[in-house]
Design a protein around this ligand. Structure first.
Ligand code: ADP
Length: 159
């Protein structure tokens, strides 16, 4: 059984993330979306909120699980018997960081490979940070995020 981990901040999960996930779920037997606790950076949403919103957005996927983790992604992957890490690439600007991250992870554990996936062009430009900016300025984020995220964030913003 080939297990892949899709690690990230998912603050919040977007249609870009879901498109990457859809591709990964078609390739691997099981995909675990792993929401990283980042000690230094206080997120926009709590890790628990992010996990709940991902759960609500992946109901159509039968081989996907969601979890949260702290510490090294590679250790989390080993613990779950995963051989693959999934990362998405948007533009050349992602490439340098992602390549460094992937090579660092390979140096830590050469048995775990990073697989890079690309979204459909219509989702390519979407990022969690631009969504937060649009939301903060009263814009419409419905095109960029799953329905559950749209409902949750627009209600939260009104409070
Ligand atoms: P991180 O903080 O670890 O970069 P993110 O939640 O921002 O976590 O993203 C997780 C992964 O998904 C990263 O590899 C990122 O490049 C990728 N990703 C995010 N949005 C898109 C998108 N629209 N198209 C392709 N990949 C994406």
């Amino acid at each position: 059984m080939k297990i892949a981990i899709y690690p990230g901040s998912f603050d919040p999960v977007t249609k870009g993330h879901l498109d990457i996930l859809k591709n990964a779920a078609g390739i691997f037997d099981k995909v675990i979306i792993a929401v990283a606790h980042n000690g230094e950076k206080k997120g926009f949403l709590s890790v628990e909120e992010r996990v709940e919103l991902i759960k609500a957005s992946i109901k159509d996927f039968h081989n996907v699980e969601v979890d949260a983790f702290e510490g090294l992604t590679i250790e989390y992957a080993k613990k779950h018997g995963a051989e693959v890490l999934i990362r998405g690439l948007r533009a050349v600007s992602d490439f340098e960081y992602e390549m460094q991250l992937s090579q660092t992870n390979s140096a830590l554990c050469e048995d775990i490979k990073t697989v890079f996936l690309i979204t459909k062009p219509k989702y390519n430009f979407i990022s969690s940070s631009t969504i937060k900016e649009i939301l903060a300025n009263g814009g419409d984020i419905s095109k960029f995020v799953p329905e559950a995220v749209y409902n949750y964030l627009t209600n939260k913003e009104k409070k």
